[in-house]
Design a protein around this ligand. Structure first.
Ligand SMILES: [Ca+2]
Ligand SMILES: [Ca+2]
Length: 200
């Protein structure tokens, strides 16, 4: 083998090794959605069970897509309670033996009670997160968005159904925005992923 070719090969190998070891705990983004689709020309739109919007399906009750307040991302977010408790779901492609980190922003509809809003998240029908949010001291211009995240591990499915549900029991529910999903191979996940929900 000519010397320069061996050098090139060694360079290529070392580059590949650097690529493999550079950031073993980093996650790769696989999905992001901030409820910007469809763009509303009105303050809010109520979607009821069976209807779809922007890749989401309303799986129960009703939800409000809205431009009514400060958002965590973009100009729209989702009140998980339309006229009452609602839920939305979408199917994401999933890779075998892969851990996913789901991050989303939560606030509450400050335009009506109760003060404490609540909701939950399911993956393939299994509850993986529950949350509450108090709108005390909050208003449409100061929503107080907080970010939450959880991990789940897909074992053998080739898709995962991600579902958000409102459980506030009124027309003014928990609000979500800026949903992001990242993946990491099971063996190189961040330490914080050690207590994951194993699905499938
Ligand atoms: Ca948004
Ligand atoms: Ca509502």
């Amino acid at each position: 083998m000519p010397k320069f070719r061996r050098t090139t090969l060694l360079l290529a190998l070392s580059t590949a090794l650097v690529a493999l070891t550079a950031s073993p705990a980093s996650a790769a983004p696989v999905f992001a959605n901030g409820f910007e689709d469809p763009a509303l020309g009105v303050e809010f739109h109520d979607y009821v069970a069976g209807q779809q919007f922007g890749g989401w399906t309303v799986t129960s009750g009703s939800v409000d897509l809205t431009t009514d307040w400060q958002d965590a991302e973009g100009r729209q977010s989702l009140d998980l309670n339309g006229s009452n408790d609602g839920s939305v779901a979408r199917t994401l492609p999933a890779t075998l033996l892969t851990t996913y980190k789901v991050t989303f922003a939560v606030a509450g509809n400050p335009e009506g009670g109760p003060v404490v809003k609540s909701g939950n998240v399911k993956v393939n029908g299994q509850q993986v997160d529950t949350f509450t949010f108090s709108v005390a001291g909050k208003n449409n211009w100061n929503m107080g968005w907080v970010y939450r995240s959880f991990y789940f591990t897909n074992l053998l499915s080739n898709s995962s159904v991600l579902e958000f549900a409102g459980t506030t029991g009124s027309a003014w529910g928990a609000v979500i925005d800026d949903v992001k999903v990242e993946s990491c191979l099971l063996i190189i996940c961040p330490a914080s992923a050690s207590t994951v929900n194993r699905i499938g």
